[in-house]
Design a protein around this ligand. Structure first.
Ligand SMILES: C[S@@+](CC[C@H](N)C(=O)[O-])C[C@H]1O[C@@H](n2cnc3c(N)ncnc32)[C@H](O)[C@@H]1O
Length: 357
């Protein structure tokens, strides 16, 4: 006789979870407020000093009625202090530190990625039902701008100390003069910063996105750089006769249609003694290891609504954002990239994979 075990319904647990869910929705609403403040420039305007809605509207050149409603949301969210007698709002310096500025400390640039991906739920739902995915083309050009807005602050703060400086001997080689190619360069801010800092080295960025390559080229021109170029180029099919001392890939392998092909190309286009550096997601390939990861919900949501689906849309591998360290290391080995090492970056999002010939 089989015994049926029934688990008692835990009322307290159910209530706690319901409250957690309400908190989740309040967080989502706050994300919308952060995004509106970020993209409108209102955080920057309010950081200049206390203001009523009328004063802030004048200061920012925006519509007072909308500014007033947004200030209401920012106040009840706990982001802004409010003085009822004067109807004045203040952004505390401690909050401005995470909501303003051009460095990675400004976390408000993450909010547009979340709200933007929310707009793709319907399209991705179709793929849940019918397979396939939502192609990269559906995300552009807005994705390019939002990604650039987020990544460039991280590179302004962390490119040299958080990534390049962590790899033993790399700074010395860049200072001495080497050839560098970035696979999936996007808008190329990291390559432009490196080209500016290491004038004896030459830099090339490859990406399939024409809009991203155009932005990268424009910025290189504005910075007056002559040692960096960008090309529209699929990195799974790099011209045969080129080789580089350093090939980099900044968060650009896991969402590819053919990620193994890209790694194989990196391996075969490394000059003797060359190095491959891949910045990619800091996570495990095993779900159970990611449960306590502080930003894992972000990884899985971004994966489902972008990184995995853009690959599956083209019949690709669909690795997803959370392909994880174990699989990444295996694929680097399979590509013939030698001496694979995994180094920690200074943030919770990325690991640094280094392979040296
Ligand atoms: C998440 S973005 C990262 C961009 C950039 N590395 C950065 O850090 O800002 C990934 C980039 O990889 C590019 N990409 C995807 N598949 C590619 C391929 N086969 N060849 C070249 N670029 C590719 C995308 O167009 C996109 O710009």
């Amino acid at each position: 006789m089989t015994q049926k075990t029934s688990q008692a319904f835990d009322e307290a647990r159910a209530e706690e979870f319901g409250n957690q869910l309400v908190g989740t929705y309040m967080g989502a609403c706050r994300t919308l407020i952060v995004d509106l403040g970020h993209r409108s420039g209102l955080w920057e305007s309010l950081a200049q000093g206390p203001a009523t809605s009328v004063e802030l509207a004048e200061r920012s050149g925006l519509n007072e009625r909308y500014v007033r409603e947004w200030l209401g949301g920012a106040t009840v969210s706990g982001y802004v202090d409010y003085d009822p007698p004067t109807k004045s709002h203040t952004l505390p310096a401690e909050h401005a530190a995470s909501l303003t500025g051009e460095t990675g400390a400004n976390l408000s640039s993450l909010s547009p990625m979340i709200t933007f991906l929310g707009g793709h739920v319907s399209g991705v739902l179709e793929a849940f039902r019918n397979g396939g995915g939502v192609p990269y083309s559906e995300y552009r050009p807005e994705f390019t701008e939002i990604m650039d807005d987020f990544f460039r602050r991280d590179y302004n703060s962390s490119l040299f100390d958080g990534y390049i400086g962590v790899v033993p001997g790399l700074v010395e080689r860049l200072e001495g003069g080497i050839s560098v190619c970035d696979f999936g360069c996007g808008t190329g801010h990291n390559m432009n910063l490196m080209a500016q800092t290491y004038p004896k080295s030459t830099f090339k960025g490859y990406d399939i996105a024409e809009d991203a390559v155009a932005s990268a080229t424009l910025e290189a021109g504005e910075m007056g750089l002559t040692n960096v170029t960008f090309e529209v180029q699929d990195v799974t099919n790099v011209p045969g006769d080129v080789s580089f001392d350093l090939i980099t890939a900044f968060d650009s392998i896991h969402d590819q249609v053919n990620p193994q092909g890209a790694l194989n190309e990196a391996s075969s286009h490394l000059a003797p003694g060359g190095a491959f550096m891949m910045i990619d997601i800091k996570a495990s390939s095993n779900l159970e290891d990611n449960i306590e990861h502080p930003v894992a919900p972000f990884f899985y949501a971004v994966s489902t609504l972008h990184c995995m689906t853009v690959s599956l849309a083209e019949g690709g591998a669909g690795l997803g954002t959370v392909w994880g360290e174990q699989l990444a290391v295996k694929m680097l080995h399979d590509a013939g990239l030698p001496n694979v090492r995994v180094l920690d970056s200074s943030n919770p999002f990325n690991s640094i994979y280094v392979c040296t010939k």
